[in-house]
Design a binder for this molecule. Sequence first.
Ligand code: X2X
Length: 334
Amino acid sequence: RRRALVTSAALISAPALVLPRFARAAEFTYKFGTNLPATHPLNVRAMEAAERILKDTGGQVQINVFPNNQLGNDADMLSQLRAGGLEFFTVSGVNVLSQLVPISSMWGLGFAWADDDAVHKALDGELGKYLRAQFPKVGLMAMDTVWSSGFRQTTNSVRPINTPDDLKGLKMRVPVSPLWTSLFKHLGAAPASINFAETYSSLQTKVVDGQENPLAIISIAKLYEVQKYCSMTNHMWDGYWCMTNRKVWDRMPEKARPIIAKHLNQAALDMRADGVKLNASLRPELTAKGLTFNDPKLGPFRERLIASGFYAEWKQKYGDEAWALLEKHTGKLG
Ligand code: X2X
């Protein structure tokens, strides 16, 4: 009787991505929340990791992936993670997390990186270690490997962006984050902080003119349906930390922890390769779907940021130590 009840409850609240069942129900069931549509490689790779974890723990640990803001928007998921109600959350370092741990937004500084390899090298090395060391101070813990989202491009429904002046007065949706707002203000746009969960509708209803994201997300979240121009501004790199709560982690079965970490880190590496490939290959498909692309010269954007004091302002916020660590990888900024 009891079992029948549990089964029907599980069916009602079943996530979109359900794992093949082991003969016995798993002893430990954890939730993994994301803000991206189910078909994005982040979710595909997270699911793959969940299957491997279930298998390698002999059916003891089952991780259910809840994509597409099913558990709430980024701010909601961060609260749940902090309260211990959500066990895993892939969250952008530059997004809501940076309200709690400002330094986590550092990799998102405008026009900082040469290419994906340069970022990955820094994040797999001492910069990543330095950033991860900040999270335990607020009760959180990040898995070692960052899940890359990639370089971001600018879309809007008004005009192609060829120079910084073209951004002037444009209402741009940016994630809820001081760095994002600052970057677009310094570039002359009018940024509005909106969670990703509400981005499509805010573009559709013209609450904002534009937004910025990597091509993989522009494609998978179908943002091309409500945008006209895509300018290859490559203005910012972003990725996701796979976050857990320290106390929650410490309560997970000791033998399972290295298995969980291993497969989540492997998934992050696999997703990097998926993302780099998608971001580099989607332009023809998005063009066919109606987006008009252009390739602005990026020098003038960076010069605008230097002249307006953007880098100096953020150097002061992040501190000299972190800044020096970053510039070891990016070269001198500003
Ligand atoms: O909110 C966004 O634009 C997204 C999906 O790229 C992030 O999570 C930062």
